[in-house]
Ligand binder design. Structure first.
Ligand SMILES: NC(=O)C1=CN([C@@H]2O[C@H](COP(=O)(O)OP(=O)(O)OC[C@H]3O[C@@H](n4cnc5c(N)ncnc54)[C@H](O)[C@@H]3O)[C@@H](O)[C@H]2O)C=CC1
Ligand SMILES: O=C1[C@@H](O)[C@H](O)[C@@H](O)[C@H](O)[C@H]1O
Length: 335
């Protein structure tokens, strides 16, 4: 069976996922798309032989659409995910699941009322080979109990519209998910340190920031977010256990020896850094949809990340460590 996919939002990542579903993934095709910029939707649709429909609701309820991909702006995600659940269709939603924890909770409740898991959130790092290798080491227990985690998330630059809260909501949200997933542990408190600001960007922006998280089992994780580091896109992660450490490898590149120097490149954007992870994310999602199952990060992970993000933003403004106030995980979301 070919999974017929409808895409809501044909901007940058929407187009990238449409290309991926069309050229990389087998067993799926994009049959309908929409965007508030309907001319853009029509252009994208014609490139892959799909139909451009007027609204997201039209795509989601279309009888020829089996599953939905939501890649519109964050504040519109909740409405479309809820509509997909109401239609009983699998839905892949780019991060964030919703821009408020309340909306994430509405999704969690709607999915439980439906009785079957349908929602996957686009936390693509769980599909990166380096992160997966690190998870295997941690799950094997060879390092003893994890004690510390050190993470770095650097972007070369961000546009002027990017504000200080986005360091958490848009950027560190990926680390928040990977910390929870790698450690199979919940984050219970957050604090934000605000170092001297870089002069290389906008005055309104606190950049860099250092986030300090504590998990239920007592692991301390620090996350440096520096989104105007100038030199490239750089993701680092190291976990310190009782008997050793495990570190994310840098992306493979050649070493160049020339003119008395030894050098290798630094990638410039998340698209290339996580291209293989995005591909695998869709390969596995389509396979799960065909099986009628769900194996990736779900609505509960989207909710948990949103609550930790809210707490971190509160910590940024207050300057204090703030306790995470999260609902108990329902049995529906165990395992
Ligand atoms: N996993 C990751 O690493 C990344 C995830 N994202 C996420 O993907 C989502 C989209 O981001 P981008 O593609 O960069 O943004 P974008 O601005 O390039 O594209 C968003 C598209 O959604 C459309 N849109 C807005 N409201 C709509 C509505 N109500 N109905 C239908 N279409 C609507 C816009 O016209 C635009 O074409 C965001 O939630 C973002 O956080 C983005 C970049 C990387
Ligand atoms: O999700 C992403 C962007 O939205 C965000 O703006 C970047 O900071 C992240 O590195 C990227 O993965």
């Amino acid at each position: 069976m070919t999974v017929r996919i409808g895409v809501v939002g044909t901007g940058m990542i929407g187009q990238d996922h449409i290309r991926r579903i069309t050229d990389v993934v087998t067993g799926a095709e994009v049959v309908a798309v929409t965007d508030v910029d309907i001319a853009r939707a029509e252009r994208v649709a014609s490139g892959v032989g799909a139909r451009a429909l007027p609204t997201g609701q039209d795509v989601i309820t279309d009888p020829l659409v089996d599953a939905v991909v939501v890649t519109s702006w964050g504040p519109t995600h909740a409405e479309y995910v809820l509509a997909a659940i109401a239609a009983g269709k699998h839905v892949f939603c780019e991060k964030p699941l919703a821009t408020t924890a309340e909306d994430c909770l509405r999704i969690v409740e709607a999915e439980q009322a439906h009785g079957r898991r349908l929602v996957q959130v686009g936390f693509m790092r769980r599909y990166d080979q380096g992160y997966r290798a690190m998870k295997r080491v941690l799950d094997d227990g060879d390092l003893g109990a994890p004690l510390l985690m050190h993470c770095v998330h650097r972007n070369p630059t961000v546009p002027e519209a990017y504000h200080s809260e986005m360091a958490t909501q848009d950027t560190a949200v990926h680390e928040i998910d990977t910390i929870r997933w790698l450690l199979a542990d919940e984050i219970v408190s957050a604090q934000v340190l605000t170092p001297r600001r870089t002069t290389r960007r906008f005055e309104h922006l606190q950049d860099p920031q250092v986030m300090l998280f504590e998990t239920a089992s007592g692991v301390r994780a620090d996350v440096e977010v520096f989104v105007n580091c100038q030199y490239g896109y750089d993701i680092q992660c190291e976990t310190v256990g009782e008997t050793g450490t495990v570190r994310l490898p840098d992306p493979a590149d050649v070493w160049l020896r020339q003119s008395g120097r030894l050098s290798s490149g630094v990638l410039q954007d998340w698209k290339r850094r996580f291209a293989a992870a995005f591909d695998l994310e869709f390969v596995e999602w389509v396979a799960a949809v065909r099986e009628g199952t769900l194996t990736g990060p779900g609505a509960w992970d989207g909710y948990a990340a949103a609550v930790v993000c809210d707490t971190t933003v509160e910590a940024l403004h207050s300057g204090r460590a703030v306790e995470v106030r999260m609902k108990d995980r329902p049995a529906f979301y165990e395992s």
